[in-house]
Design a protein around this ligand. Structure first.
Ligand SMILES: [Zn+2]
Length: 311
């Protein structure tokens, strides 16, 4: 990881920890019923019994799965980046979040589409939040949210937003539900912070190549990936061969790449993103590097990046 991203990550950790502690007391799990006479009493008692039984069942389940709980069963706190949301019923949404500790989770945000919702805009894609959730069998339920990073600059700039959304989509594709992936989480938060503070089209491209590296794909760029020649100029990139190709091998396949794009790509995969950001190559080279990155992500995930069409 380059110095710049590492620094913003270190800062991220500090802010995150501070926010995690400021979430305050957990709300009570049950609320006393207002009506309390006759049949209403019986119904309330029955409801509470059922609820306690459900809580107990979840307690057993969460103990077995090693869920981090906070004194109360099934409730957990974490922090994460909102990857996407879909509508649920009249007023709710299902929110997909890449969290620091619990991996990718899907949670219901109740009433989030009503005006005056207590969640406000805090659960929109790109938001970095501290949250408290109630663990469910498939879907969790969001009970509290606080913003860590609003990424206002990204949200107000369509160009930056499309880059951010394509990073979120690629993250969503590789992240596994409820499987912790701290490196991915840190990389995403770092990339969003860099995009928000020092916008550049190279950030999304670098993020894609880093994502592939995390998944175990490191393109070979210091020699021909097919014949191994190291002294020949490299003129193409072949994802099947796993790297750059010399002129002879490029006749058999691969995609032609400019020397400038290959050089930029080399700096990115060798952790010199700072150098690229300091002296950015011309727009057409950046575009080429980005296109190569999107192709590589789609090739390795065997899925289209829908948001890449907007870039
Ligand atoms: Zn070759």
């Amino acid at each position: 990881m380059n110095d710049d991203l590492s620094r913003s990550l270190a800062a991220a950790q500090g802010t995150c920890a501070a926010h995690a502690h400021s979430l305050g007391e957990l709300p009570p799990l049950t609320r006393a019923s207002g009506a309390s006479e006759g049949e209403e009493d019986v119904r309330t008692a029955k409801r509470l019994r059922l609820r306690r039984a459900a809580v107990a069942a979840r307690a057993n389940a969460s103990t077995k799965s090693g869920l981090i709980t906070l004194g109360r069963v099934g409730l957990y706190r974490d922090q994460g980046v909102v990857l996407r949301t879909i509508k649920l019923g009249e007023a709710d949404r299902i929110v997909t979040i890449l969290t620091q500790v619990n991996g990718k989770i899907r949670a219901v945000a109740k009433g989030v589409r009503k005006t005056g919702s207590r969640f406000g805009a805090r659960l929109e894609p790109t938001r970095h939040v501290a949250l408290q959730c109630y663990r469910g069998r498939e879907l969790d339920v969001v009970t509290q949210v606080e913003t860590i990073d609003a990424f206002r600059r990204i949200r107000e700039d369509y160009g930056l937003l499309t880059h951010a959304i394509s990073m979120l989509e690629a993250t969503d594709q590789v992240a596994q539900e409820r499987q912790r992936n701290l490196a991915l989480y840190r990389m995403l938060v770092g990339a969003l912070r860099t995009l928000d503070s020092r916008p550049s089209p190279v950030i999304a491209a670098a993020f894609f190549w880093k994502l592939l590296s995390l998944e175990g794909f490191h393109p070979m760029l210091d020699g021909c990936a097919r014949c191994g020649a190291e002294s020949q100029p490299l003129v193409a990139l072949d994802l099947v061969e796993g790297g750059a190709l010399c002129e002879d091998c490029a006749r058999l396949g691969g995609r032609r790449v400019s020397p400038e794009a290959l050089a930029t790509l080399g700096m990115i995969v060798n952790d010199n993103l700072r150098q690229v950001l300091a002296g950015p190559p011309p727009a057409d080279v950046l575009e080429e590097v980005e296109r190569l990155a999107i192709d590589a992500v789609e090739f390795h995930s065997e899925r289209r990046l829908r948001s890449a069409a907007l870039l």
